[in-house]
Design a protein around this ligand. Structure first.
Ligand code: ZN
Ligand code: ZN
Length: 692
């Protein structure tokens, strides 16, 4: 048997290798299957190679090793050949290029020199390509410089090598020097410009290309310049390229369609992007995901969600990017029902618990205030990433469970996961909600001292929030004065919020002035300041603030609340009487208000901006949108059903107090998600513990 095996021709042995390596299940067409069987039983592949080596058939051995991608062994064998042929060098260099093996590539190159091999144009181009791909553009340039003669491929490989690593001046210099250019030369420089954030240069060169006679854009050129138009948001340029694509028949390629759709989307013409998307024949999941994300980025959540459900019907399998995009949109819009559907779908088709779609699920449930489900998904993750930990910590903090949040943070540290700066935002806000001022300060200092992270503007806002709510204004002032960056609007908003609670007029004025400078158009600052003055009975100042608002043409954003009942969303505005069941709502609110007063409720009228009579103020309060929505929720659901209401603004102090009473009187769990956080009212208490 052995002698038979030895006689196996090289061609035959390679054929055998090809068969065993290809994963195809087709049955062997070899007419001597029994030889193949024995051959592999009694010999390892290495035995064949050593036998070939013994026979002095190094070239054959190298071929086999290259085929098995065993580069370094193949390169070693090279030293046993006196005069290797160009084809051996070529094969080896190609493998070095594919494996990005610079060290081995250098060995091969050195061998060509040592063996006295004179490389022709083809091998030189291979060397340049290998060096450029392996990231040693200096060596590539050296080979290029030593070449007695160069062809278009030599120039193009050098240029695209420089363009890819961002040495655009060098790429451009060669481009300008080269004796003749083809599409590839132009496209290499243009796409280099696009990839390295120089879209204007890319478009300028594209114009030159169009004027030059013998170059025609290909699909890579047009995709690149479409990306450049998108980067500078030049719809005009993008449309022009679109016209060119249609005229030259480049529109048969999916890559071009995707680039077109992307350009329209980024230039703000999302309808056109969708039209292109609809025309595409072979839409893959990347294209779908891009289109869906485009809607979400543009704030068009209905369109985004509806395209996602079309995708689910299309039979194309979403990937984790698709899920993450949709789940993040659900999180942002607190669309928990849809998020649950997405979760169900993910479970049905199976998703990787290690993927970031899983952490997007935790994030979605946390943001929607469903901590139970967030926990459930989290617990099923084999090794949760820092994003999931952070979402869950923030979720607990936001949903009135600050101690659980801090407990989780301890577990995170124990697990060896490194917290990031966003994790600390969650930790600090948990301390704020729990009123743990000193503990919070300790965490704040540990960010730098213990965890080696730098304090971000968000950390400063959190710590100022923490101190201001507790009325520790001196410390807050010290921190503001010592922070390395300019305080941002969130910090000042936190400070003015604390001033509102403690009636600190001086500091409120300072915060308001800073806010007027940063965002003069935001009515919230004016209203908060006016409310602080109103609480202090300083009606003259209230009028001043109102005059400032009028002068700048600012209108208080009307409060808007909504509630979903049986898949239908009902909206309520302040003092809204338009709802078909308004009479019932009004009647119920009237009854409630009587019961509430019996229970000890005193309307808090401080937060009504206008200087009006007490009774009228009270009247205004009872019409606040969140009260209307809560009342409607109670009368249209069976007893005991939890009520979930959303509000576009922060809930006011009076509504907050009132809803606490309502939760007790009506014996309902009432969740209010305002612009700031979740409030979970139950049995007369709110989960925020009156910190919001
Ligand atoms: Zn209110
Ligand atoms: Zn609350």
């Amino acid at each position: 048997m052995k002698s038979l095996n030895l006689k196996v021709s090289r061609h035959f042995s390679l054929l055998l290798f090809n068969r065993t390596h290809s994963s195809s299940s087709q049955t062997s067409q070899l007419n001597k299957p029994q030889i193949q069987k024995t051959f592999f039983k009694s010999n390892t592949k290495d035995a064949l190679i050593s036998r070939l080596c013994n026979d002095g058939k190094f070239k054959e051995a190298i071929d086999i090793l290259c085929h098995q991608k065993r580069l370094s062994e193949a390169v070693q064998l090279l030293h046993h050949i006196d005069k290797p042929s160009a084809s051996i060098y070529s094969t080896l260099l190609q493998l070095c290029l594919h494996q990005r093996a610079l060290a081995q590539g250098k060995l091969v190159h050195a061998h060509t020199r040592a063996s006295g091999f004179v490389p022709g144009m083809f091998i030189c181009n291979r060397l340049i390509g290998m060096y450029a791909k392996c990231g040693s553009i200096v060596d590539a340039q050296m080979v290029f410089d030593e070449m007695p003669e160069r062809d278009l491929c030599s120039w193009n490989t050098m240029i695209s090598g420089y363009a890819k690593v961002g040495q655009l001046a060098e790429a451009r210099k060669l481009f300008d020097e080269m004796p003749q250019r083809d599409n590839f030369s132009w496209t290499a420089v243009i796409s280099g410009y696009v990839r390295h954030d120089r879209p204007k240069d890319a478009l300028w060169l594209y114009r030159m290309m169009q004027r030059s006679e013998n170059s025609k854009s290909n699909k890579f050129t047009v995709s690149s310049v479409l990306a450049a138009s998108a980067a500078i948001q030049s719809l005009r340029m993008g449309k022009e390229i679109h016209g060119y694509i249609m005229r030259t028949g480049l529109d048969s390629d999916e890559v071009v369609w995707s680039a077109l759709s992307d350009m329209y989307g980024k230039c703000g013409s999302i309808e056109e992007a969708r039209r292109i998307f609809d025309k595409m024949v072979n839409r893959d999941i990347v294209t779908w995901t891009a289109m869906i994300d485009r809607y979400f980025e543009d704030g068009k959540k209905e369109e985004g969600f509806s395209l996602f459900s079309e995708l689910m019907k299309s039979g194309i399998r979403p990937n984790e990017f698709t899920f993450a995009g949709v789940l993040n949109a659900c999180a942002q819009h607190a669309a928990e029902n849809l998020g649950k559907q997405v979760h169900g779908y993910m479970t049905r088709i199976g998703f990787d618990p290690l993927s970031f779609a899983a952490s997007a699920l935790v994030h979605m449930y946390s943001k929607c205030g469903n901590i139970e489900n967030a926990n459930k998904v989290f617990n099923e993750m084999p090794c949760p990433d820092v994003v999931s930990w952070t979402s869950l910590i923030a979720g607990h903090a936001q949903n009135g469970q600050p101690n659980e949040a801090l407990q989780l943070f301890k577990l995170l540290l124990d697990s060896g996961t490194k917290p990031d700066h966003i994790t600390f935002v969650g930790v600090l806000s948990a301390c704020t909600h729990a009123g743990l001022v000193d503990k919070g300060l300790e965490y704040f200092h540990s960010i730098k001292a213990k965890h080696g992270l730098t304090h971000t503007a968000d950390h400063y806002s959190c710590v100022v929030d923490l101190l201001a709510r507790a009325g520790r204004f001196e410390e807050a002032k010290n921190i503001i004065n010592e922070m390395p960056m300019k305080p941002d609007k969130y910090l000042w908003a936190s400070l003015i919020g604390g001033c509102r609670i403690h009636g600190n007029l001086t500091l409120a004025k300072r915060a308001a002035d800073a806010l007027f400078e940063i965002e003069p158009e935001n009515p919230t600052t004016y209203i908060t300041l006016a409310n602080i003055y109103a609480t202090a009975g300083m009606w003259g100042e209230v009028t001043e603030v109102r005059k400032m608002m009028d002068k700048r043409g600012l209108i208080k954003k009307p409060g808007l609340s909504w509630i979903e009942i049986k898949r239908e969303v009902h909206f309520f505005l302040v003092g809204d009487t338009s709802h078909p069941r308004y009479d019932e709502i009004h009647h119920y609110l009237h009854e409630l208000s009587k019961r509430m007063k019996e229970e000890g409720y005193v309307p808090d009228t401080n937060f009504v901006l206008h200087d009006v009579e007490e009774e009228q103020k009270e009247q205004n309060l009872s019409y606040h949108s969140e009260k209307l929505a809560v009342a409607f929720g109670i009368i249209s659901t069976p007893p005991g059903t939890p009520i979930k209401v959303f509000k576009n603004l922060r809930t006011c102090v009076d509504c907050h107090t009132a809803i606490k009473f309502v939760s007790k009187i009506a014996n309902r769990k009432i969740i209010v998600r305002d612009s700031n956080r979740f409030h979970c009212f139950e049995g007369g208490i709110c989960s925020c513990r009156d910190y919001w």
